[in-house]
Design a protein around this ligand. Structure first.
Ligand SMILES: Nc1ncnc2c1ncn2[C@@H]1O[C@H](COP(=O)(O)OP(=O)(O)OP(=O)(O)O)[C@@H](O)[C@H]1O
Length: 589
């Protein structure tokens, strides 16, 4: 609650007004017996303490009732006073100043002459009522002050909240004059562009200003636009929202919020990708090839250079790409995965590059941001890049070379800072030879090649992967599987795993759904695995079979092209002619 001191000027005015009319001095004191206002001989004592003399005031403050003292100096209340018996006051009427049933001060009429005392004594009742009214007026002023102080503090609090927002917020009147803005908005614009006297015209294009002001005509309308803003550092793309602010009689002003686009991307990323948290430790496997993949991922994570991950479907290419992203300082940015096969060719371009409003028939109002832009400061994962149409390969090449993206129908290229990780299961060298894949793009993306071997060529990884999936499905399916029977295990080891780790995951899930108890056995296998021929243990030592499998695995690793065969022959330690002979002999295509 405010103190009486806060309305001291007002109290002085009241005291002087009373004194002028009734020709009797007036004194106002607060609950600490500090003189707040005074007229005549008490005027110079304003601001001084009265605790050595205000014994009558103390009584009024204590009881909260009016008090009339006809014999100042001789009244029992005056006994502690040093002016006792020698008081210059002749008569005194005191009223409490009550606020919310609490006495916060007093107001007194003090007579110094017999004539004044007589006047009051004869009209005591009227003077008491008058003094009560004056005390109420002061109390009312205090309440008003309190209300105003509350408003100021609420306003201050509201401003602090608005300033806490990361989003820029500007309010304007219906003509576009800036009324208010928060600190985030102030930070966004270049110096002196946004001031309390600015107009929207100095911040946005005429079209955007007109769109914003249009919101003022409709209390339900909210618009969203993408805008370019000249910030202190550079030109930044933002999402602008304008919404009407209702007053008592319809829309009175308009709120405009601004948020940088890449920030939105980061939020979407954080909220939408539940498996984005893959780390390098999630890539399981004890094989040398997987150990190398993990090592290389760590080594190249911080680099901006493009990575090309090769491997059959289900070998964990996307998982590896996500791990690289999460290992790098780009992990705060978005991991934007685009599957070039999953999106129809006609849509792929607009998905990747976005478009401006009116770029083509059916283009959305306000345009659309492309995935490459969304991946700004993050990683763009181009899955199945081998399936990307040639005209888009050229556009992607330009993004990689110039680090800029041009929207369909756009005029100015937009700078982007993305790290590209591409993946494919296809033989890009062969595609290149046939003219299906651009050579320049191939060299541009193949800066850091990483191969993930098919599961059939690293069966030593089966055990750890199975344990991992069993553990996961035990939780998911509420099972208690502990073991795999020998027969079950043999089938897994004999199978060729065309679907790789993904297929293994499905096989374990299938088996665990059927299994009761703690062991997975042959009967829980899907028919495809159950029916494979299990070789005799001795069979695995058969020299021809071992040779055939080694050549096959080498052939798969290095590819079927001429170069691949040369590398395979070198790895096998045989001449190229011998390799051709063995390929023919073992009927390897
Ligand atoms: N080494 C591994 N350790 C643990 N899980 C793995 C491993 N490799 C793959 N997986 C799992 O296999 C599944 C398939 O992985 P992912 O989608 O990354 O493969 P991909 O090669 O990108 O497949 P596609 O080419 O079909 O898109 C995922 O569930 C992934 O978690």
């Amino acid at each position: 609650m405010v103190e009486l001191m806060a309305v001291k000027d007002y109290a002085q005015q009241i005291a002087e007004a009373i004194a002028t009319v009734v020709k009797i001095d007036v004194e106002v004191a607060d609950h600490n017996l500090m003189r707040i206002a005074g007229t005549g001989r008490y005027h110079k004592g304003v601001g001084l303490s009265m605790d050595r003399q205000g014994y009558v005031y103390q009584e009024v403050l204590r009881t909260g009732h009016q008090f009339v003292i006809e014999t100042p100096g001789n009244h029992p209340l005056c006994s502690p006073c040093k002016a006792r018996g020698n008081c210059s006051e002749k008569y005194e009427v005191v009223s409490p100043i009550n606020v919310d049933d609490k006495s916060v001060g007093v107001i007194g009429l003090i007579c110094f002459t017999e004539a004044q005392a007589k006047l009051i004594e004869e009209n005591q009742q009227s003077y008491l009522i008058f003094l009560t009214k004056m005390a109420e007026t002061i109390a009312l002023k205090m309440k008003e002050q309190e209300f105003l102080a509350g408003l100021v503090s609420a306003n201050h609090y509201l401003n602090s909240i608005i300033d806490c927002l990361d989003e820029g917020l500007i309010t304007v009147d219906l003509d576009g004059n800036v009324l208010h803005y928060n600190q985030a908005a102030k930070r966004l614009f270049s110096t002196n562009l946004l001031t309390p006297r600015s107009h929207l015209k100095s911040l946005f294009s005429a079209q955007i200003v007109s769109d914003i002001l249009g919101v003022g005509n409709n209390a339900d309308q909210v618009i969203e636009r993408e805008v370019h803003v000249e910030t202190k550092k550079n030109r930044v793309q933002m999402i602008l929202r304008a919404l009407p602010i209702d007053g008592e009689k319809g829309v009175k002003s308009i709120g405009v919020t601004l948020r940088p686009l890449d920030e939105i991307g980061r939020i979407v990323h954080r909220l939408s990708l539940q498996d984005a948290g893959y780390t390098i430790d999630d890539i399981l496997g004890v094989s040398e090839s997987i150990a190398q993949v993990r090592e290389r991922a760590q080594a190249v994570a911080e680099s901006k250079s493009t990575v090309l991950i090769r491997g059959e479907s289900g070998t964990g290419k996307e998982m590896l790409a996500r791990s690289i992203h999460n290992l790098s300082s780009r992990q705060q940015g978005m991991f934007m995965a685009i599957n070039c096969t999953a999106i129809p060719e006609a849509l792929l371009e607009s998905e990747l590059f976005g478009y401006e409003e009116g770029a083509f028939t059916g283009a959305r109002k306000g345009g659309k941001i492309g995935k490459i832009e969304l991946a700004n400061k993050g990683t763009l994962f181009l899955d199945e890049i081998g399936d990307m149409p040639l005209f888009l390969q050229a556009k992607i090449l330009r993004v990689l070379q110039e680090r800029q993206v041009e929207r369909i129908g756009g005029i100015a290229p937009i700078p982007v800072d993305v790290r590209v990780i591409a993946a494919t299961h296809r033989n890009l060298e062969q595609m290149m030879a046939k003219g299906e894949f651009r050579q320049d793009l191939y060299y541009r993306i193949n800066v850091i090649p990483m191969d993930i071997k098919p599961l059939r060529d690293r069966k030593e990884d089966l055990q750890i992967l199975c344990e991992h999936f069993i553990k996961g499905f035990n939780q998911q399916l509420d099972k208690t599987i502990q073991l795999m029977s020998e027969g079950f295990r043999k089938h897994l080891y004999e199978y060729s795993w065309p679907g790789n780790v993904r297929e293994l995951q499905n096989v374990i899930e299938y088996a665990m759904n059927l299994a009761v108890g703690t062991t997975l056995s042959e009967e829980h296998l899907s028919p495809r695995l159950k029916n494979i021929e299990i070789r005799d243990d001795l069979d695995k030592f058969n020299l021809e079979k071992v040779e055939r499998e080694t050549i096959l695995s080498c052939y798969r690793t290095f590819g079927a092209g001429v170069q691949g065969k040369e590398r395979a022959a070198k790895a096998l330690g045989i001449g190229i002619a011998t390799l051709y002979r063995k390929l023919a002999r073992y009927n390897i295509e």
